[in-house]
Design a protein around this ligand. Structure first.
Ligand SMILES: Nc1nc2c(ncn2[C@@H]2O[C@H](COP(=O)(O)OP(=O)(O)O)[C@@H](O)[C@H]2O)c(=O)[nH]1
Ligand SMILES: [Mg+2]
Length: 412
């Protein structure tokens, strides 16, 4: 029986596949198209006998054909093989011209997907439209240039069977078509030496093609899912930001309302002593002295500072910056001073109908001046509890231990 070799010619549309088939079979039976126009819609075969071998040349419709989907192209390629019996492919001629582009790399890699991992060593890459194809140095230089272009191309060229350069001019371009004759010789010599093969049938190819498209679909689905997740995250983030902003606005409004309410109440109570240096005058018209005693005349040490705390609460600081401080115990409890602001230092100043103020301690008792004119606290508000506050300037905030006035007390 005459041995046979199946040669599959693949590549993008318009690269010269049908031309190569015509050249090998030495007939004009594969329709050649104008550049870029696909003339081969169905895969077509022709067998020739050469040097004791039958060569079955299979032309295929171009990958990247504009009128067929990639799926259709691959399905048609699969349909050229029988579905049950395994056929051998001895060589795949991958045709390209011009640049080995990214799309070309993708198309070339498709062969592995369809025919299996071993396809590279039975693949011959043919570069057509290469005018200087007869000059080995030019072909070598072109190969090197391609190798340097990318690691993908380098790997493709390193693992394929061979790279052949050709320039298959038409009769219009070259009357006697010597280039084509020359190409036939080169191709047949090359094919004669190609003795390895892979086995394939259409079911196997179809299953590989299915897997390929399934993988593409899976990746698309994953990308869609990622996109959707990213979108959802973005929406969630936006909602969180909106909620945070809403909360901020609410809190800000509450703060403004609270401030307005406090201010309104302060106005209602006639408080005008906040954050001011003041003189505190007791029921005997004595000025309260820094150590909580009292003096009949104004003295630098009788100045106090009313410091606003939160809400209506104030701290009262003497000229040394120390806080007046009440201690729990109610009736008869003396007021002292404290260097730190603790609970007992937080007073509420209440205006009364006499134009004086009552100072309420955090323990619910009032400042009251006893007959020694010391400050005590007492549970009832009465005349001795009323203090006149003479406002001064809001100009200083004494720190503990600091003497804010130029006065004899500086020397103390
Ligand atoms: N100048 C030149 N023209 C070529 C070459 N190979 C093919 N052609 C022309 O390019 C056009 C497309 O070729 P064809 O074989 O139909 O491409 P296919 O779509 O890959 O089958 C035809 O007009 C061919 O004559 C080549 O190496 N050099
Ligand atoms: Mg064609």
């Amino acid at each position: 029986m005459t041995p046979s070799k199946t040669i599959l010619v693949v590549g993008k549309t318009g690269t010269g596949k049908s031309t190569i088939c015509n050249i090998i079979v030495d007939k004009d039976i594969f329709p050649e198209g104008e550049y870029g126009v696909s003339m081969t819609k169905e895969s077509k075969s022709e067998t020739i006998h050469h040097n004791g071998v039958n060569y079955i040349i299979k032309d295929t419709c171009g990958l990247g054909d504009t009128s067929l989907t990639e799926r259709e192209v691959l399905d048609r390629m699969a349909s050229t093989f029988s579905s049950s019996t395994l056929s051998s492919i001895h060589q795949i001629i991958y045709v390209f011209n011009g640049k080995f582009s990214q799309q070309e790399i993708f198309t070339y890699k498709l062969l592995k997907t369809i025919f299996g991992q071993d396809v590279a060593h039975i693949t011959t890459i043919v570069r057509t439209r290469f005018p200087k194809y007869k000059e080995p140095s030019q072909c070598e230089a072109d190969k090197n240039a391609m190798m340097n272009e990318s690691s993908d191309i380098r790997e493709i060229l390193a693992t394929c069977n061979k790279l052949i350069h050709l320039n298959n001019l038409t009769a219009d371009e070259q009357e006697k078509k010597e280039n084509r004759t020359d190409a036939r010789t080169r191709l047949l010599i090359h094919l004669m030496g190609c003795n390895q093969s892979i086995s394939i049938n259409s079911s196997l190819m179809n299953s590989n093609i299915d897997k390929h498209f399934q993988a593409i679909q899976d990746e698309k689905n994953r990308a869609l899912l990622r996109e959707q997740e990213a979108r959802e995250k973005e929406i969630q983030l936006m909602r969180l930001k909106e909620e945070a902003e809403r909360q901020r606005v609410i809190l800000e409004q509450q703060r403004i309302q609270q401030e307005a309410q406090i201010l309104a109440e302060k106005k209602k109570f006639g408080y005008d002593v906040w954050n001011r240096k003041v003189l505190l005058k007791n029921w005997r018209n004595h000025y309260v002295f820094y150590n909580c005693g009292s003096t009949p005349t104004v003295h630098p040490q009788s100045y106090f500072y009313i410091q606003e705390l939160d809400g209506y609460k104030v701290a009262i600081r003497n000229c040394y910056g120390d806080y007046l401080c009440s201690r729990p115990g109610g009736q008869g409890t003396r007021v002292t001073t404290s260097v730190s602001l603790d609970h007992g230092c937080k007073f509420t100043i209440l205006p009364t109908e006499y134009g004086r103020y009552a100072v309420l301690t955090p323990y619910g008792t009032y400042f009251r001046f006893n007959h020694n004119l010391d400050i005590q606290t007492y549970i009832d508000e009465n005349e001795r509890c009323l203090i006149e506050i003479q406002g001064s300037t809001p100009d200083f905030i004494p720190k503990s231990g600091e003497i804010p006035f130029s006065s004899p007390c500086k020397q103390q």
